[in-house]
Design a protein around this ligand. Structure first.
Ligand SMILES: NC(=O)c1ccc[n+]([C@@H]2O[C@H](COP(=O)([O-])OP(=O)(O)OC[C@H]3O[C@@H](n4cnc5c(N)ncnc54)[C@H](OP(=O)(O)O)[C@@H]3O)[C@@H](O)[C@H]2O)c1
Length: 323
């Protein structure tokens, strides 16, 4: 089968289109014919080994996919041949077939297309876990979302609105802000021309929850415009700098700072993830979540898809069409 492999940890230059054996199906596994795969910032980190869970090369890239079940091992009863499913894997989604443990495979809600399914699990899973279980966002609170036109950011805007928050979105440039406002954000801050701290204070007086996939100076500015008892969610460092947190600022406003690593919850607390997936399925069915896909590319062009994220040219998600 065709697969997109990382041959060496040398960045996007180390990517190759390869012909490899189709996966064998193990115990409690589901074999999926992949229709579409979602591109994530973590894929870029994996090309250099900067991601915390990068395997040794050569390995197939790709963390999430949607497709049709081709076969199941005999010990499985909840998933059936022909089901339309989405799944998250440690790596290997940029391929024509993938074998996944049944626990990491979800039947797609009615009305969801394969491209939407490929764009859904990581972005919405992370946003939902962060805002509910970790950040305890409440109806009527102010949610500040950074990188709000990116994959996880745009999902956080939609999940935050569905939870009843007033959402302030930050993004670089008017086109990106339009996407965030169109997804339901109440206010937009253009990070190219405006101060996050000053604008948040002027708009709402402060933020109760901060969802931050960008990091660095963005996080530090946010610490200066939160309300007392705020919760700050450390999602990632797309900006490239890992911030050093001034504990004195956390002290004076009784601020909680939460690390969020969605991928770890499959082992830490699968019940929380299962509930989160059920809630997200219901929110999608209710029309509250609408995955936005700015680019759809054929599998062969996976490298171009990653380059779009690297260049900050993607909005919402980039998806690879596999068949
Ligand atoms: N903790 C978790 O469980 C989890 C799960 C998923 C993702 N993440 C992390 O969240 C971050 C975003 O992931 P994503 O898949 O949403 O990526 P994405 O779609 O590329 O979005 C990242 C956003 O960050 C902003 N950004 C600021 N500086 C940037 C830079 N130097 N390069 C690229 N983007 C920059 C961009 O918005 P502007 O151009 O508008 O500034 C962009 O829209 C990554 O660090 C990723 O590893 C964490």
């Amino acid at each position: 089968m065709k697969a997109i492999q990382q041959i060496a940890l040398s960045g996007l230059d180390g990517i190759a289109v390869a012909d490899i054996p189709a996966p064998a199906i193990g115990d409690r596994h589901v074999l999926i014919d992949v229709e579409a795969a979602g591109v994530n910032f973590a894929d870029i980190l994996m090309t250099t080994g900067a991601y915390q869970a990068t395997p040794a090369p050569p390995f197939t890239l790709g963390l999430e996919l949607a497709g049709v079940v081709r076969a199941v091992s005999p010990d499985i009863d909840g998933v059936f041949v022909g089901d339309r499913v989405m799944a998250v894997v440690d790596h290997g989604a940029f391929a024509e077939q993938v074998a996944v443990p049944d626990a990491r495979c979800m039947v797609m809600p009615p009305g969801m297309g394969f491209e939407q399914g490929a764009a859904f699990p990581i972005a919405y899973g992370t946003a939902h876990l962060a805002l509910t279980h970790r950040g305890r966002l409440r109806d009527g609170e102010v949610l500040l979302v950074h990188g709000a036109a990116g994959g996880v950011g745009l999902a956080a805007v939609q999940v935050g609105k569905a939870m009843g928050a007033t959402v302030i979105a930050t993004a670089g440039g008017p086109e990106k802000l339009e996407i965030a406002l169109g997804a339901g954000a109440d206010h937009g801050i253009d990070t190219r021309t405006e101060s996050i701290k000053d604008r948040v204070r002027a708009l709402t007086g402060g933020a109760d929850v901060v969802f931050d996939p960008v990091g660095g100076e963005t996080f530090l500015q946010s610490m200066r415009c939160v309300n007392p008892l705020a919760r700050m969610l450390v999602i990632g460092f797309a900006g490239g700098d890992v911030q050093k947190i001034p504990a004195n600022l956390a002290l004076v406003k009784n601020t909680d700072i939460f690390g969020v690593y969605w991928g770890a919850y499959a082992a830490l607390d699968p019940t929380v993830l299962r509930q989160s997936a059920d809630d997200l399925g219901q929110m999608f069915a209710d029309g509250l979540l609408k995955p936005h896909i700015s680019h759809t590319l054929p599998l062969d062009r996976a490298r171009d898809g990653l380059q779009l994220l690297k260049d900050r040219a993607a909005m919402g998600k980039v998806v690879l069409k596999v068949r």
